[in-house]
Design a protein around this ligand. Structure first.
Ligand code: WTA
Length: 657
């Protein structure tokens, strides 16, 4: 059995209340910042809430529109249209606008591969590559609104593929390279994709992730894909189906490096990104063009306070929303220079990130608390061996950052001088919603602080009343915002039910939170059946359905438990079918089975074989009790609805084994 600490995380509600350290930006930082005082923030925030249409029109007007909008917003809850009637091309905004102007020879992407290979791509070159690839897509019959699945390593071609889709109005669906063939099939089927863009492989911890092989396995079960374009990254052997598969380098060679970009409606679909929910089926979150680009552009500009000479680095993967909004669309819409790194943080050792920062002079660094905790564990000597003085701003995303990790980040990486922006947002929100502004917001370690402009965030109780200071409740957004998801692809009913049914006309995020007396938002974590494992969302129901698909498993219940490194660990209770016995080898097999079915991030940390699961008289599994059991080792909560009280004793014995 895996040993793990049962120590509760320090990000509990109690410790939030205790936190009284306050950090304000240095006068030097504030002086140069776009938003340099709280008075300025409050004034702009007020305007953005009272007159959102004026605020957002001003932001959107900094982008290039081919046709002006007639109305800023058309709001028929829960369906929003932003910049109605306006037309633009998203790729033109991210690339051509800079390439045709003074940023032609400015680096757009500085790439470092895991083996150490490096490339610099200027805006001018990016324009040529995106145009070439847009021509390739069109040559193979991809049309506006067609869905294209992108399954790529973290290399510039991932961004080029996404931008080429955007350029021709095709809808990209990026699937994280760590997901399995089964997960690819689910997404192909749900989106109805007709083209796949992938690579032979990608480097991760010195090994090759067999991307093309996974695509081949997926396409045995889905026959609507006409073409697969394969970028040669690792040179590993792959099988090429001559009717279907094409090499990227062959295709671009025969295509022109110029391409006439059409303008698309502001509400034209830009991408689908699947995320976990409370059922076994991931949701296809749909984002559209004008509003999404305005939201990512504006948040990137103010929250990272981007400057012409900054070297910005976000360590997320393009397969997640952070990679979409803060590797591709936000930074490129701002004409920023960014670093892109392919591989793992500990390849060859935990000094890799710090070496990259030193080598490339990174000035803004955006990562996840789970990575920070892994670095703390690895030891201070890794960052101490590198010159990190180029850094001026740090960011955190994906899960609540515990105060210890915040302090370490601030001291050991930021040298005590860099502000930290702890950014709260979601796949569904498209852009950052709650975050400090680095030039003015006083920060307490562990809080994402205050809402961004135009974000009417609040915490409500069950009756819909706003909670008092420090009272816990549900985090909601009361007004529409430009980068909000427009729907769940093909399932408006689920869209309404999931996000808009708790309180009329109000978006429920699925997170529990509280606000302190200064108005800071402290995010406690998910209150639905979604886990946050190393900053990645994972539905407990997805893991359960993977487990019950195994021939030995009768029933399963999955809950999260605190984990010092990953935030939450995946903890599974399993009952076996007649004729199957629990054993260490079955436990291993089930772990691998879940990894194969969903992806490595879903591999269970603990599997307990139980004679029965706790159920109500109507047969519903009481996950609440299991969660309590794995968190505290006991059950003190209400058990009156439990059908068979004996089950508890059995379970307690199971977890002690
Ligand atoms: C969690 C990632 C606390 C939260 C951008 C949310 C956070 C979920 C933070 C969305 C943060 C993200 N502090 N919790 N700064 N950022 N979360 O869709 O539970 O992958 O609902 O988007 O991550 O995860 P998603």
């Amino acid at each position: 059995m895996t040993a793990h600490s049962k120590k509760p995380m320090s990000r509990t509600i109690e410790s939030h209340l205790e936190e009284s350290r306050i950090y304000t930006p240095t006068a030097e930082f504030s002086k140069e910042a776009r938003i340099s005082s709280m008075t300025q923030y409050r004034k702009m925030y007020r305007e953005s809430i009272d007159k959102p249409e004026i605020f957002w029109a001003r932001e959107a007007n900094e982008l290039l529109w081919r046709q002006p909008w007639s109305d800023v917003l058309d709001w028929k809850p829960p369906f929003a249209k932003w910049f109605v009637g306006g037309k633009l091309n998203v790729a033109e905004n991210c690339v051509d606008r800079h390439a045709n102007g003074s940023r032609r020879n400015k680096a757009a992407i500085i790439f470092e591969g895991e083996p150490g290979d490096r490339r610099v791509i200027t805006y001018g070159e990016l324009q040529r590559e995106v145009c070439r690839f847009a021509n390739v897509l069109e040559k193979h019959g991809v049309k506006a609104k067609d869905r294209v699945l992108v399954y790529m390593p973290m290399i510039p071609e991932a961004a080029i593929a996404m931008l080429a889709c955007a350029r021709i109005g095709a809808v990209h669906n990026v699937v994280f390279g760590g997901f399995s063939a089964d997960s690819i099939v689910d997404r192909l089927e749900d989106s109805g994709a007709t083209m796949v863009i992938t690579a032979d492989g990608g480097w991760r911890r010195g090994k090759i992730v067999p991307l093309k092989e996974n695509v081949d396995a997926a396409l045995q079960r889905y026959d609507k894909v006409r073409k697969v374009i394969v970028h040669k990254r690792c040179g590993n052997e792959v099988s090429m189906n001559s009717n279907r598969d094409l090499w990227w380098h062959d295709e671009v060679q025969s295509c022109k490096s110029t391409h006439q970009a059409k303008a698309f409606d502001s509400e034209h679909p830009l991408f689908l990104l699947y995320t976990s929910g409370s059922t076994g089926k991931p949701k296809g979150i749909l984002h559209t063009s004008g509003g999404y680009l305005t939201g990512t552009y504006s948040t990137f500009k103010y929250i990272f306070d981007i400057r012409e000479n900054d070297i910005y680095w976000c360590t997320a993967d393009v397969g997640w929303i952070t990679g979409h909004s803060y590797i591709v669309y936000g930074p490129l819409a701002n004409g920023a220079t960014q670093l892109m790194y392919e591989g793992a943080p500990n390849q060859p050792d935990f000094g890799r990130f710090w070496k990259i920062i030193e080598d490339h002079g990174v000035s803004i660094f955006y990562t996840a608390p789970t990575a920070i905790r892994a670095f703390i564990k690895a030891g201070d000597h890794f960052p101490a061996a590198h010159d990190l003085s180029s850094l001026r701003l740090l960011g955190s995303v994906g899960e609540p950052i515990n105060p210890e990790a915040w302090m370490w980040y601030q001291q050991k990486i930021g040298g005590g001088r860099c502000p930290i922006v702890d950014t709260w947002w979601q796949t569904e929100t498209g852009a950052i919603m709650i975050s400090p502004l680095p030039g003015c917001t006083p920060c307490k370690p562990g809080t994402a602080t205050l809402p961004f402009f135009g974000v009417d965030a609040a915490i409500l109780d069950e009756e819909g009343k706003e909670c008092k200071a420090n009272e816990g409740g549900k985090l909601v957004i009361r007004k529409p915002w430009p980068s909000m998801t427009r729907t769940i692809y093909g399932d408006k009913t689920r869209f309404r039910k999931t996000y808009w049914s708790d309180y009329p006309g109000i978006y429920t995020a699925g997170d529990g939170a509280r606000r302190d007396k200064d108005g800071n938002f402290w995010i406690v974590g998910r209150i639905d059946d979604v886990l946050n494992v190393s900053g990645h969302r994972l539905g407990t129901a997805e893991v359960e359905s993977a487990l019950v698909a195994h021939p030995a498993v009768a029933e399963s219940a999955v809950v999260g438990r605190p984990d010092e490194l990953k935030g939450q660990g995946v903890c599974c209770f399993v009952t076996l079918k007649e004729g199957h016995d629990s054993s260490e080898s079955l436990r291993r097999e089930l772990r691998e089975h879940v990894g194969r079915t969903i992806g490595a991030i879903a591999k269970p940390d603990d599997i307990y074989f139980a004679p029965a699961l706790p159920k109500t008289r109507s047969g519903k599994i009481m996950r609440r009790l299991l969660k309590e059991l794995v968190t505290t080792g006991e059950i003190s909560g209400n058990v009156t609805t439990l059908d068979d009280i004996q089950v508890i004793t059995h379970l307690q014995n199971c977890i002690k084994v």
